[in-house]
Structures are given as structure tokens and as C-alpha cells.
Design a protein around this ligand. Structure first.
Ligand code: F6P
Length: 477
């Protein structure tokens, strides 16, 4: 254990907020995409925090490992290096071909393979070992997401008194889905190494407690779990965003210049915006098809509105992601070929990531934010869109299947499988009066301002402290 006596918080996640990218000159360090990294990325530097995770890339030489370690440590990060095999079996395999589809109710995509499970256990141990080299007794350990479900129990075994929190950023599936996993009990017991477990929604929490009860045979009572003489707590804590950051970036002159540049280049009188990582859970083909249907049923909107669609490359080595990319390419080609004019492109499609001020320019530019995942833990894009609407105009179409819909009920809520409903929501959004737009947007902005990322972290930490104090009080009885 390290000798630093100041209690700190150790954030543990699969990826660090900074990733190594190899180029001709050697290694470059770039910000990581994805909700978790962008969400926590802005706040971890503000306190006595250390972030442990994978820095991206593999096959580091000794010198590369040393320089990465040095650079990362100077920014309060500690890298866990993964091998090509770890990536294939733990990351692409068990995390993204077994857990991800199961937790998002895509069970037909789930692959069960003992080799990937073995690797998942080994890599979780690697992360736990890294934490143990950095942690002091009084530190708080905060483990994130489905890639690291076993880490809480691995740490608990070595250090029974550690204060451990866990947050799941994706949905926890219903018992009927979770029970299909071959290693379901081990996974639950892994999570129960934590003292406090947080989920985005009440339903996720309820599903988790039901599985603990029915699959691990452990009694639960209103979010309290008594296991191995320890009182553990589970609760819903929807993650917020750094509201002021998105609001400030949207008002910067560079962002406004970019917005003008993009608006001129796109040329359409009105724009709808869709931004996602490439993922089948995001419902991208369903969204494009709904837009196509809308143009077909409402020809007066042809040449009047474009869909600007940013798809951020992700998990490209996993077969289902490759197939999805091909499907999207074909669909966009079809709709642009069918409706496009020399002066108007129906779908402006970009398969790449953008830096924050470019994203902010897109958020400013759009009249409608179109966020329609088939299943999503939270969806921070919906929240970032709201925070960027400085004039309070604009409409959000939001899937009921995104955790964010529980807080953003002033959005136009849709079932992404109901194409007719999506088509009428597009029409309603484009025709909504400014007065109504402003009134809905104001309510959503107030909610997001109040329940921002700082509030979320404080709430998580106070729940964790509360459980730990309860445990101590029980012990001294
Ligand atoms: O929110 C789910 C999540 O898997 C995060 O853990 C991660 O930051 C993000 O999506 C991106 O996924 P990946 O690290 O596989 O690119």
C-alpha cells in the first residue's frame, strides 16, 4: 500500500479519461469518448482523486509503459496495461459480447464462452491488484460499470474494511434477462463486495435487488441487503452532467463561429441532430427509417429539414458493431439517393468523433435533438443538448427507454419501436410554437442545473458514508 496518508478517492473504470493513440511520431494522448469519461472527466481533477484504468492501445514497450505511467501519474491517473488477448477476451468478449447485450435486452446477440469468462476474472483481478498498490486504508474506492463487476469482492477479500462504492452506468436488466447468464451468481457476489451500489433508475435498482434475492438467495429489504454480516445499500442516483461547462462552451465565440460555419455548409433551413457511439442499443437504423418515413409522408418538409447524424466509432472489432455500421451506411445511402437534391442533402452523416466545441456548435445549431435509443442506461447526449440551448428554444425527442426520460418528462417521449409515433413526434417537434419550446426547455434546464454532476457525486459519497457509518455502528453494538 502507498504511504500517502491523505484520504483520497480512487475512481476505477475500464478506460481512463485520456487514451494513448499511436501515430507516426509515436504516442499521442487524447480525450476518451463515452458517457463515463466525459461525465466524470471534468471533476476528478478538482479534489484529491486518483483515476485507475486502461489507457487504451496495447503492446507497450518497457519505455512506452514507463513514459505513459509518468505522464498519467502527473495527471492523477494510474494506468492498467492490457494485452491483445485481454482486449479480445475480457473487453470485446465477456464485457461486450456477453454482458452488454444481456444488460440491454439483446439476448440473441449474447455469446457464452468459458475462455472469455476466465479472462474477465483475470483482468478484474489485474484492476483489483492495481487498486491495492495505490490505496490506503482510509481511501474511498469508487468502481464503475459492467466491465469491473468482480472488483468490489476481490478488494473486499484482501481489505475487509475498505470503503467501496460501485456505480453501474448501463441498465441492470430484469431478472428474466439476467438469469440467462451462466455466471450470474458470481457476478452478483462480485458486486456485493461494495458497500453502496448506485444505479441510474429506480427500475435498474429494483431489477438488481430482485436478482440478488432470487438468484443469490440473499434477503433484501427496501434497498438494504444483509450479506456476510455486512449491511449493503442499493439505490437509484441518476447521473447528471457538468451543466455550467456545456452552457459556457455554447457561449464561447469559437463555438458560435463554428455554428455559423456548419449551418452555412449544411444549408438546410432546419436541422435535427443525432449523436451516438456506434451501438445497436442506440436505435440508429430505427431513427433513420423514421426520418425517411417522415419525408415520405410529409413531402412539404423535403428540402426543408435535414438530419445531421454523428456516429462515433466504437467497439469496431465486435462483429455486431461492424454489421451495424454496414446497415447504417446502406440506409443513409438509400435515403439520400431517394430524396436528395443538388441543393439539399436529407442526412448529413459523419462517422467520427468531434471535440467539445464542435459538438457544442452542433447542439446550438439543431432545432430538434433526436435521441431514440432502444435501451440506454442514461444518455448524457440528451442532457448536453438541453444544457447547450442558451436561448431556450429547440425540442428534444427522447426515447422512453433511456434512463434520462425519467427526469426529462418535458421532452417528446417516444417508444423507438413505434415508427408512427416517432414520425408524428418529428412533425410535432418541427411545428411546436416557440412559446411551448421555451416553457418545456426552461423546466428541463432547471432540473439539469440542480441535479448536475457535482450534486450526483456528493449524493453518491454521502450515501456511501452513511452505509459505512451504519456498519461501524452495528459493529460497536
Ligand atoms: O456507459 C457505458 C460505457 O461502456 C462506458 O463504460 C464507456 O465509457 C462507454 O460506454 C464507451 O464504451 P467503450 O469503452 O467500450 O468504448
Amino acid at each position: 500500500m502507498s504511504s500517502n496518508p491523505d484520504p483520497k478517492t480512487i475512481i476505477v473504470s475500464n478506460r481512463l479519461p485520456v487514451k494513448v493513440v499511436r501515430n507516426d511520431e509515436g504516442m499521442d494522448f487524447q480525450p476518451t469518448e463515452g458517457g463515463l469519461a466525459t461525465g466524470l472527466g471534468s471533476i476528478y481533477k478538482s479534489g484529491n482523486n486518483l483515476w485507475i484504468g486502461w489507457p487504451g492501445a496495447t503492446l507497450y514497450s518497457k519505455e512506452e509503459e514507463e513514459s505513459t505511467l509518468e505522464i498519467m501519474q502527473s495527471q492523477s491517473m494510474y494506468p492498467v496495461f492490457l494485452t491483445d488477448q485481454d482486449l479480445e477476451l475480457y473487453y470485446e468478449g465477456f464485457s461486450n459480447e456477453t454482458l452488454w447485450p444481456n444488460f440491454h435486452y439483446f439476448n440473441q446477440y449474447s455469446v457464452f464462452d468459458d475462455r472469455t469468462w476466465e479472462s474477465y476474472k483475470e483482468v478484474n483481478q489485474k484492476f483489483a491488484d492495481a487498486v491495492l498498490t495505490q490505496a490506503n486504508e482510509k481511501d474511498t474506492i469508487w468502481i464503475h460499470d459492467y466491465q469491473l463487476l468482480l472488483v468490489p469482492a476481490l478488494l473486499r477479500k484482501q481489505k475487509p474494511d475498505l470503503k467501496i462504492g460501485f456505480f453501474l452506468h448501463i441498465p441492470f436488466p430484469s431478472y428474466e434477462s439476467f438469469r440467462l447468464l451462466p455466471f450470474r451468481r458470481e457476478l452478483l457476489l462480485g458486486m456485493l463486495g461494495a458497500d453502496f451500489l448506485g444505479f441510474h433508475t429506480y427500475d435498474d435498482t429494483r431489477h438488481f435487488l430482485s436478482s440478488v434475492n432470487r438468484l443469490a438467495g440473499i434477503g433484501t429489504d427496501h434497498g438494504i441487503i444483509n450479506y456476510n454480516n455486512r449491511q449493503i445499500m442499493a439505490d437509484a442516483l441518476p447521473m447528471g452532467i457538468d451543466y455550467d461547462k456545456y452552457n459556457d462552451v455554447a457561449s464561447q465565440p469559437e463555438t458560435i463561429e463554428k455554428e455559423v460555419e456548419y449551418r452555412t455548409a449544411i444549408g438546410s433551413p432546419r436541422m435535427m441532430l443525432s449523436i451516438d457511439r456506434l451501438d445497436y442499443s442506440k436505435g440508429i437504423p430505427q431513427r433513420v427509417k423514421a426520418f425517411e418515413k417522415f419525408l415520405e409522408q410529409h413531402p412539404e418538409y423535403q428540402e426543408n429539414v435535414s438530419l445531421v447524424m454523428i456516429v462515433v466509432p466504437s467497439r469496431y472489432q465486435v462483429g455486431k458493431y461492424k454489421e451495424l455500421k454496414e446497415e447504417i451506411d446502406l440506409l443513409v445511402g438509400r435515403i439520400n439517393g431517394r430524396f436528395g437534391r443538388l441543393s439539399w442533402t436529407p442526412v448529413h452523416y459523419f462517422f467520427r468523433s468531434y471535440p467539445l466545441n464542435a459538438l457544442s456548435a452542433f447542439y446550438r445549431m439543431a432545432h430538434v435533438g433526436f435521441v431514440s435509443p432502444l435501451r440506454d442506461g442514461m444518455n448524457l447526449v440528451a442532457k448536453e443538448f438541453i444544457a447547450s440551448r442558451l436561448e431556450k428554444k429547440g425540442v428534444l425527442i427522447l426515447s422512453e427507454m433511456a434512463g434520462a426520460s425519467k427526469e426529462l418528462s418535458e421532452a417528446l417521449l417516444v417508444n423507438p419501436n413505434n415508427q408512427a409515433q416517432m414520425v408524428s413526434a418529428i412533425k410535432e417537434a418541427l411545428e411546436m410554437s416557440e412559446e411551448e419550446q421555451i416553457s418545456r426547455m426552461t423546466v428541463m434546464q432547471e432540473t439539469l442545473k440542480r441535479y448536475n454532476i457535482y450534486h450526483w457525486v456528493d449524493l453518491f459519497m454521502s450515501r456511501l458514508d452513511h452505509v459505512k457509518n451504519q456498519q461501524l455502528a452495528q459493529k460497536t453494538k
